[in-house]
Design a protein around this ligand. Sequence first.
Ligand code: BV8
Ligand code: ZN
Length: 252
Amino acid sequence: MSRPDQVAKNIELVREKIRQARRVLVLTGAGISAESGVPTFRGAGGLWREYRATDLATPEAFARNPQLVWEFYNYRRQVLAPLKPNAAHMALVTLENRTPDFVLLTQNIDGLHQAAGSRAVVELHGNIWWVRCCGCGRKSEDRRLPIPYPPYCEACGAMLRPDVVWFGESLDSHVLQTAYDNLERCDVMVVIGTSGVVQPAASMGLYAQQHGAFVVEINLEPTPYSRAFNVSLLGKAGELVPQIIEESPPSS
Ligand code: BV8
Ligand code: ZN
């Protein structure tokens, strides 16, 4: 079977599996926001000045130089502020409205799923538009551009940090519990736009598959999990996600 035929066959299989599914779980990474103009981590956009994201998105970097880390997050907030959800984000809203039991796990901190209208969003790594107090733990949404340095908590006066999960930090235990409960019970899981490098998110697809889910990957390039998943569709999320979700036009 030629490649285009195989791809068309795979897309039809995935559409059928999603149509039949009662419980659908989606996991997204930076690749779903790429077509909205958000730089991915491992793409060329992964660099800022002479730093890599993994150098600055750590508690050690914040302890050593909180001003530099805040400059990094203010830069990313400036880049993100004008950007809009793309067709892939919108297609996931359609899927959510049509599926009795739907949960969207995202590694992204850009807030574009909520901006698109997704409701059942579980942010595994936090949200760049929220801040958390290093002293009293108080969380609040803060969309100031930029957040003036040094940012202090109104309640207790301690320093504020971005409310995101840094490398070397554990994910929120309630968030993890929700994620694993859904990984264990979903019928179909769609993994979109993630390189499968960062744990524990990277191994969630395999975990769902081990618990009986039919797992589909949509990504621009192969990942370490592509051959293990039931179907791996190579291409742009903005093109493939609507294709597997939108109702096919009534057959003419
Ligand atoms: C944890 C928020 C327990 C911050 C992020 C050594 C020391 C310490 C820790 C570790 C260690 N070794 C391993 C670890 C664990 C570590 C980890 O996995 N490190 C990696 C680098 C090896 N994980 C952690 O630390 C996690 N916590 O494990 O707690 C613990 C505690 C203490 C010590 C050990 C363990 C916390 C991880 C969360 C980090 N925070 N974000 C911020 O953003 O500023 S992670 C961040 O990077 C994102 O949230 C995302 O998760 C990740 C980027 O991955 P992707 O989303 O996949 O993006 P990427 O660019 O990589 O790939 C994009 C893909 O899309 C590509 O494949 C591309 O082809 C594709 N694509 C591009 N365009 C398109 C497309 N696809 C479709 N369409 C397109 N148009
Ligand atoms: Zn406080």
